[in-house]
Write a protein that binds this ligand. Sequence first.
Ligand code: ADP
Ligand code: MG
Length: 240
Amino acid sequence: MSNPFVLQAFGVKKSYHKDKIEVPVLRGVDVNITEGVVTALVGRSGSGKSTLMHLLATLDQPDEGEIYFRGHRIDNASRAERDSFRNNDIGIIFQFYHLLPELSALENVLAPIMIHKSAWSYFKTRKETRQRAEAMLDRVGLLHRATHKPSEMSGGEMQRCAIARSLMTDPSLLLADEPTGNLDTETGRDILKLLRELNGDDGLTIAMITHDDAIAEQADLCYRMDDGVVKSAKPSMQVA
Ligand code: ADP
Ligand code: MG
């Protein structure tokens, strides 16, 4: 049988060091992200959610433990391999969108592709790339804002733009760190609806971090983080 897990973490530990004092944040975390499933990782502020997300996205490396993407170990892979994983296999979105303020929505969606391709290869494919960026903006309901800069968009629109950007490389896994954390309840619900559509219609696997139980309940499966470990992995509606 093929491995149903897109991403797996085993015994992941991570500490930060401040003035020679060790601050353990993750004390041995095990997580399985299943193909085609929306998984929530819920925990209060400071419980280590973003730390774990950074490790899962290979933006940082664990002190101990192992992380696998489709059965292939990634936490100790070479820098080039981790860069390729981030650029090609996963999409990432954040609470504060991380859009470039000087660029329009369309340019923001194009920016990662322009950075990662050589000037010549971008030039050769620029028409198709631009069409894809427009299609992604359309997919998230933001094509009418293509020429608008982030300062001219609402929080929900900025998050839609960030989602469009994350989809440019057709990732199979989306990692979302508090995707609704900066939005009012209703706008947050709209963003979650969009994520659920991307999961249902396009088969996108989603791992979503949140401090909000109401958001976590919308996921198919929920892990609760507490004291640096994952305490339970239950269907989301049964979260204690
Ligand atoms: P969450 O996303 O659940 O709010 P974080 O992963 O951001 O939690 O942080 C977990 C703990 O680690 C917090 O106590 C935070 O202060 C600490 N921490 C996070 N990043 C760093 C860092 N770069 N250096 C030192 N401590 C950090
Ligand atoms: Mg966080």
